[in-house]
Structures are given as C-alpha cells and as structure tokens.
Design a protein around this ligand. Sequence first.
Ligand code: IFM
Length: 446
Amino acid sequence: MSTFDPGFLWGAATSSYQIEGAVAEDGRGPSIWDTFAGTPGAVRDGDTGAVAADHYHRFPGDIALMAELGLRAYRFSLAWPRIQPTGSGPVNQRGLDFYRRLTDTLLDHGIEPWPTLYHWDLPQPLEDGGGWPVRDTAERFAEYAALTYAALGDRITHWTTLNEPWCSAFLGYATGRHAPGRREPAAAVRAAHHLLLGHGLAAEALRGEARVGLTLNLTHVTPLHAEPADLDAARRVDGMQNRLFLDPLLRATYPDDVLDDLHEVTAFEHIHDGDLKRIGAPPDYLGINYYAPLLVAAGSTPTRSAYVGSPLVRIADGGRPRTAMGWEIDERGLLDLLLRLKNDYPAIPLYITENGAAFDDVVQHDGVHDTDRIAYLDGHLRSCAQAISRGVPLRGYFVWSLLDNFEWSFGYAPRFGIVHVDYATQRRTPKDSARWYAEVIRRGSL
Ligand code: IFM
C-alpha cells in the first residue's frame, strides 16, 4: 500500500485564462491569448477563453465543490491583465478584489490558496512593446508581483512566479503554437532568459513572509538506442527542456553544452552580468508539471521545432498507450525524473503542481466513469509514493485539472478535469476520478 504523510499537500490546479471567462469585465485588459485565440486558424474550432468555465462568476460554487472533495490546496493563476490591465502602471482595484474574494472564500473553506503569478496571459500592450524577448518585460513582471503581493500577501503564503516558462518561450516564440504566435528562434531564447530573470526579480520583490517558487514542465528523456546519434539527440532535448531552466535556477549557471547548441541561434548579448546570481537565488520550492516521458532519436531531415538549435532531433514512439492528447502514459518516467532531481540538484521541497490526463470522456445518465483517468492518476501517485520512500523531498501533489477547461490551441476538445463541465449549461459533474481522488485524500493512501 502507498501511504502519504498526514502533512502531504493534496490539491487541484487550474489557470486563469483556461477557466475564468469574463475577459472584458471589471476593467480586465486584453492578453496575448485573447489576441491569439481571435486569430483565424490559431485555435481548434475557433474556440476562445471568452466564457470558458465561467469561473469568474461561479467560483463560490466551485470552491464549495473543492471543499466537498476534501482538497487541502487550490492552485490557480492570477490574470496579470485583470490586476494591471496594460501590464504597467496602477492596479485595477476591481481585478484585485476578485482575487481577494476568491482567496478569502478558499480560506473560509480551509483550502490553502496557491496562486501562480503568470500562467501565460501576458497583457497585450507588453507584447506590443516586444514581449518576453525584451528585458523590460521581466522588470514589469517584478513590478506586477510586488503590487500583487502588497495587496494579497497577508492571506497567501506560497507564491509561484511562473508556470512552465519553456512553453511561454518556445511554444510562444519559436513554434508559434501558443500566443503570441511568433516564429523567431532567437527571440525564443531571449524570452527564456527574461522569463527566468522575471522570476528572479519577482522573487526579490516577494521576499518577507512569502515562500516563493516556480513551476517547470520537466520530463524524463531517454535515447531510442544507446548509440552516439541518439544519445546526442537525447542530450539536446534534455538540455532544452530540463537543464536550460534547472541549472540557472538551482546552480546559478547555464549548462555549457546547451549554450554551445544555441550558439548558431544567438550570441547571448541579452545575458547581463549579475543576471544568473539573481535567477539562481535558491527558490523555496520547485513545482514540477509532469505528463509524459520523451523517447528521443536523431532525425534525418532538419525540422523546425521547439528544440531551437537542434533541428535534427525527433520524438520517437515508445509504443505505450496514449492519452487523448497523444501523450504516452508512463508513470515510471515521473519516478525517474524525481530521482534524477534528487541526485543532480540541491535538495529543495518539491511539489507536483500538475499531473493528469485528457481522455475522451463519455457522459452517461449516471455520470462520467473515467476509469482510464483513475488508472493514470493512481499510477503516477504510486510513483510519487515510491520517490518519497527513496528520499525525494516531495511535499504535495496537484491534479490537473479541477475542471474541464480551455486547452490552449486545442480549444475545448480535450478534457483534463476531474470535474466535467457542460459548456452549454456550465453544469459541473464530478467524474468518478474526482470521487476516487477525494477518497485517496481522505485515507492518505492508495
Ligand atoms: O492545460 C495545460 C496547462 O495550462 C499547463 N500544463 C499542461 C496542461 C495540459 O496541457
């Protein structure tokens, strides 16, 4: 039996643009995702986050449901354009008030608020000024963090600065699959650095009582064959996906091999003296989003991908069952990743801030019997328990996601929620996985 400590933090996660809706209410300014989703062809079926799961209006009911499920913590994100509609200048009080009400309602229900300051909804005016590829955006981010902390710091302890900067940088500025939809590899590398710098500057602004961390989407990378070309391809993908972020944050340095891989792309003039010291001030915790491992091989024809500087890598087929996103299911990858973090990096508290799966749920007269999602969660939680028994300082787990929601360029088709959302009526129906998760939390074991 896998048993967790009584203090293990059990939660669920969401993000602002994916669930809130109300994009033009109470003074919220436009974000890059409003613009991108409004661009023909950018998002499947032309879906947008304009209404989403209408959480902006329905949060009291959603929090009551969280309490019913026994969640101890709720990870959500703060929409920067609600708080600072243009990304700089004075705060929008009505935007802050929304998060104050949300936070107070969570606290009233005994649920710990775990906000993330940036889950991809950059105020559009900042993108118009150059976006994350320009240094000023990092400074604006720190200013927004300070303003938000001044307003909500009395009721929130754990502050996550960024969610998945890899996606913001490389899907946003290299492949163009995410907002703002640019395809400029050099800009993507600059964006990655400025996101990290933004984290460092924001962390300085938040110190005091706050515990400050950030969330990376990490994965376990293995080569298809133990031969030089595949080994090199795997090194490159691991470098871009994992070490390009972990090393500056936890060792205050960029990995030399990754800098070499990227030399064709940029001369790194954007890295200033002192940046790495600020980025590498140890965070209080690290959030890990894990979904699937990557099996990597050398490619034969150059491809444009998120792995900037490495056109000859390809993701191979591991032959495992897949989720509705086409992602291979392998809980062993999570265990390997956690053990690798323990071996390669200084020990800091770790939290799984996202883990979950989209499946083609079927709504039946008596509910949603998502046994595939339960199996996925059960397997990954067993990996968490094993990692803890092997000395990994893993302190909590947040399922992705509480609610079905807007899955970025895939629109509303993939459903990640443990709670089903009927988008026509906004009715919430806990799936079997929600009941199962509630029972795991209640027992503290699988
Ligand atoms: O929905 C996303 C989330 O916004 C960030 N992490 C991955 C999830 C599933 O793709």
